[in-house]
Design a protein around this ligand. Structure first.
Ligand code: GLV
Length: 328
């Protein structure tokens, strides 16, 4: 019996390809070539499944050109590269990779917060440049973490992980803002208090963004929001590019409107706003919050298991639009 054909759109672990090859005819991009949309569409011809990452845009144009496609399995928890309405209308299942990255990503959020508040990148650059000639009392004096107020915008699984690290590990006063208030037991577990976005921005010493990207969350932080923050405050974005207005942030950092920022995600990445590259008080990392070997392996396995689960066993593990697809 011929196996169903799938496309793996990016280079991925050989073991994941081997696991997929047990069930499918696999075409994969192990050269990690940058495919144009037309090339992606051409390669998807005859494929019933696609293993995608956040880099591939799945929209109505692509779906119309690939009528045999039945599932796109994203190796990411975020899925703003998917037009879910168009996928549901086309009867194409979308799956993502939640849970397996929660703790690792929360670890990174906390690491980026600490590196930013304690000016680790800035001081390392200073040392590497041979500028350290003598000690001085205020050299790279940053902001306190323990006992300070941590404000989290977006209190899903990763936000909750960061809250617990802050409250239980560092004695922080945790406040959060979210589309809806969490139940009392979860709030107690995270030792977190629900506040308005405005109160959070005005009172937090450190603001961490973990909100999913959508049209509604575009520029959650822009010039007006930055103006509400304390001049000593730190801003960390591990959510998605576009949640922060990067141009406005660069101005706020340059003018000392806020003290520092830590950014793992950028508008239009892998491009980075040129003004962010010239301000010293920002820590920049290339979208690596979930990047440990164990977690990236688990994310790839979950995406593969979604393809196998849906196409072979009719039971995807982490579907996004199962009800809409079932009603087609
Ligand atoms: C990474 O950004 C993810 O969404 O998993």
């Amino acid at each position: 019996m011929t196996k169903p054909a799938i496309l793996v759109a990016r280079k991925i672990f050989p073991a994941t390809i081997a696991a997929l090859e047990q069930h499918f005819e696999v075409e994969s991009n192990q050269d990690d070539a940058s495919w144009s949309k037309a090339e992606l569409i051409a390669r998807l011809q005859g494929k019933v499944g696609a293993f995608t990452t956040g880099s591939e845009r799945i929209d109505a144009e692509l779906l119309t050109a690939c009528p045999q496609l039945r599932i796109c399995a994203n190796m990411a928890v975020g899925y703003n590269n998917f037009d879910i309405d168009a996928m549901s209308a086309a009867g194409v299942l979308a799956t993502n990779a939640p849970d397996v990255l929660t703790e690792t990503t929360a670890d990174f959020g906390f690491a980026l917060l600490m590196a930013t508040a304690r000016r680790i990148s800035e001081s390392e650059h200073f040392l590497r440049a041979g500028l350290w000639k003598k000690w001085s009392y205020d050299m790279f004096a940053g902001a306190e973490i323990h006992g300070s107020t941590l404000g989290i915008i977006g209190m899903g699984r990763i936000g909750q992980g960061i809250a617990k690290r802050g409250a239980h590990g560092f004695g922080m006063n945790v406040i959060y803002h979210n589309r809806s208030q969490l139940d009392a037991a979860t709030e107690a577990d995270c030792k977190a208090r629900f506040v308005s976005k405005e109160e959070l921005l005005k009172t937090a010493d450190h603001v961490v963004l973990v909100v999913p990207y959508s049209a509604a969350s575009h520029h959650t932080i822009g010039a007006a929001e930055l103006a509400l923050m304390q001049p000593t405050a730190t801003l960390v974005n591990i959510a998605r590019g576009g949640i922060v207005d990067d141009a406005a942030l660069a101005v706020a950092l340059r003018d000392g409107r806020i003290a520092a920022a830590g950014l793992d995600v950028f508008e239009g990445e892998p491009k980075v706003h040129p003004d962010l590259l010239t301000v010293p008080n920002v820590v920049l990392t290339p979208h690596i919050a979930s990047a440990t070997v164990a977690t990236r392996t688990a994310m790839a396995q979950l995406a593969a298991d979604n393809l196998i689960g849906f196409l072979i066993q009719n039971k995807p593990l982490t579907p996004i639009n199962a009800a809409q697809v079932a009603s087609k």
